[in-house]
Design a protein around this ligand. Structure first.
Ligand code: ZN
Length: 431
C-alpha cells in the first residue's frame, strides 16, 4: 500500500495548475468518505455573503496544502539535503492532506457556541473507526497516531510539524493564494515558487535562505492585507454574529424543553455536546442550510427571524467604537429591551483579535514557529530583526470594536429612541 501508484494521478487546480498524486496511500485517503465530505464544507464559511466568489471548499484547500508540501519535500530530495529526514515523507504528506478533515460547517460560529474544536475532530477522525483510519493503518499500526501527532503539533520531530503548521507553512501558503483567487482580491498574491526554492531543512528546523527574504516579506504583506481586507471583513463578521446567535438561541430553546418542529439527527447530539464520529460526519453545510431554512418556520420569533435574516442576507449593520464604553452599552441594552428586542441576540460587540487568522507576530506569545533566516555563515536570525517591512507590519494592534445591531428593526422604533442613540446607530437621516 505505501507504494507509488503505477500511474501518477492529477487534479486540475486553479491555484497550482496541477496537483500530482504519486502514492497509493494518498489516492486512497482522497477517496475516503471522510475526505469527500470536505467538498460540502466551504473554506471561508460565511465569507461568500461578502465576496460572492468565495464558494471554494475545504476539499480543494486540503489538496492544495498536500501539493505544496509535496513540492517542498521534492525540492529537499532533489538537493539531497542531509538535514531532511527522508523517512518522514509519507507522514508529512498524509498530515498535510488531513489537517482540516475535522472542519465542521461554518466552523467558527459552531465552535464558539458548542465548544467543539476542528483540530480535535481531525484527530478523532484519524484515530477513530473511520475509512481514513483503515487506510492509514495499512502503512503501520502506529501510523494513525503519528499523523494525529503532527496535526496536534505534538509529534517529536519539529521539522515535520513545521511543514504543516508554522508561521511559513503549507497551510497558510495555500489558503492565502486560494482565498485571494476565489474572493477576487489581489492582495493575497506572492511568489510561491520563489519561496519553495529558498526553503531549507536545517538542524531540525525549516528555515529560509537569506536571499529569499524579500519573497517572504511579500508573503507576510499578503497575509497582512488578507487579514484586514478579507478575513476580518466586518460584513462577514456580521453574518458570523447572526449564525452564532442562531445556534445560541436554538441551544437555549433546546435546554428549556421547547419542541422544535424540525429536529433531525445529529442535532440533539450536537446540543448535548456528545457527537460521535459517525454523527459528526453528517454535519455538513448542505445539512445546516436545510436546518436554517426549516427553523425560519419555527414558532419562536427570535429563532425564525434570525434564520430568515441569514438566508435572505439581511445582515446586522455595524458601527465602529474607538473604545469600549461599558456604561453606554448597558444603556443601549436597556433601550433594546424597552422596544422588545432581546439584546442577547440583537446586539453584539466584536473585536478582530478573536479570529483564528492572524498577522505575523515574531515568536513570543504565539505557539506557531517563527520564520528564521539562514545566512552565508550558517547563522539563524528571526526575520523581523533583518526586515524593516516585517517589523513595521508585525504585531500591530489595529483593531477597533464593532457594534452589530439590526438597523431595519430599530428604524421602526426610531421615534422612541433618544437623539444620542439614533446618532450612534445611524438612524438619523442626513440633512
Ligand atoms: Zn488548512
Amino acid at each position: 500500500m505505501h507504494n507509488p501508484l503505477q500511474e501518477e494521478k492529477v487534479f486540475k487546480d486553479p491555484v497550482h495548475k496541477y496537483i500530482y498524486v504519486q502514492d497509493q496511500i494518498i489516492w486512497a485517503l482522497i477517496n475516503t468518505r471522510e475526505f469527500q465530505r470536505l467538498r460540502r464544507i466551504r473554506q471561508l464559511g460565511t465569507c461568500f455573503l461578502t465576496f460572492h466568489g468565495a464558494e471554494h471548499s475545504r476539499f480543494s484547500h486540503s489538496l492544495g496544502v498536500y501539493e505544496i508540501t509535496r513540492k517542498i519535500i521534492s525540492q529537499f530530495e532533489r538537493n539531497r539535503y542531509a538535514d531532511w529526514p527522508s523517512e518522514e515523507r509519507l507522514l508529512c504528506l498524509c498530515a498535510a492532506l488531513l489537517h482540516d478533515v475535522g472542519h465542521g460547517p461554518f466552523s467558527h460560529s459552531i465552535e464558539k457556541t458548542f465548544g467543539t474544536h476542528h483540530e480535535e475532530w481531525s484527530c478523532r477522525i484519524v484515530l477513530g473507526d473511520t475509512e481514513v483510519n483503515k487506510v492509514l493503518r495499512q502503512v503501520s499500526p502506529t501510523f494513525p497516531q503519528q499523523v494525529a501527532g503532527v496535526i496536534a503539533k505534538t509529534y517529536r520531530q519539529e521539522i515535520v510539524v513545521s511543514l504543516v503548521s508554522s508561521q511559513l507553512d503549507a497551510d497558510r501558503m495555500d489558503y492565502l493564494l486560494r482565498d485571494a483567487y476565489f474572493t477576487g482580491v489581489n492582495y493575497g498574491m506572492f511568489d510561491l515558487d520563489r519561496i519553495l526554492r529558498v526553503l531549507r531543512p536545517y538542524q531540525g528546523h525549516i528555515v529560509v535562505k537569506e536571499s529569499g527574504m524579500h519573497a517572504v516579506e511579500d508573503y507576510l504583506m499578503a497575509r497582512y492585507q488578507m487579514y484586514w481586507q478579507v478575513y476580518f471583513h466586518p460584513v462577514t463578521r456580521s453574518a458570523d454574529v447572526i449564525l452564532h446567535h442562531i445556534f445560541e438561541r436554538a441551544k437555549h430553546l433546546h435546554e428549556e424543553g421547547y419542541t422544535f418542529r424540525f429536529m433531525l439527527a445529529p442535532l440533539p447530539s450536537l446540543f448535548a455536546n456528545k457527537l460521535s464520529v459517525q454523527e459528526y460526519h453528517m454535519l455538513d453545510e448542505a445539512f445546516m442550510q436545510t436546518v436554517l431554512m426549516q427553523w425560519s418556520l419555527e414558532q419562536d420569533d427570535i429563532l425564525s427571524e434570525l434564520c430568515s435574516r441569514f438566508l435572505e442576507r439581511r445582515l446586522f449593520k455595524y458601527t465602529t467604537l474607538e473604545v469600549m464604553d461599558v456604561p453606554m452599552l448597558e444603556r443601549l441594552r436597556d433601550t433594546f429591551r424597552s422596544i422588545g428586542l432581546d439584546p442577547h441576540y440583537y446586539l453584539e460587540v466584536d473585536f478582530p483579535s478573536d479570529q483564528s487568522y492572524d498577522v505575523y507576530r515574531p515568536g513570543e506569545q504565539d505557539e506557531k514557529l517563527p520564520i528564521l533566516l539562514l545566512d552565508a555563515a550558517d547563522r539563524l536570525t528571526e526575520i523581523s530583526h533583518k526586515s524593516e517591512i516585517v517589523r513595521s507590519i508585525s504585531g500591530i494592534q489595529m483593531g477597533k470594536y464593532h457594534l452589530y445591531y439590526p438597523q431595519d428593526l430599530l428604524l421602526k422604533h426610531a421615534s422612541r429612541l433618544d437623539e444620542a442613540t439614533r446618532r450612534l446607530l445611524g438612524l438619523v437621516e442626513d440633512q
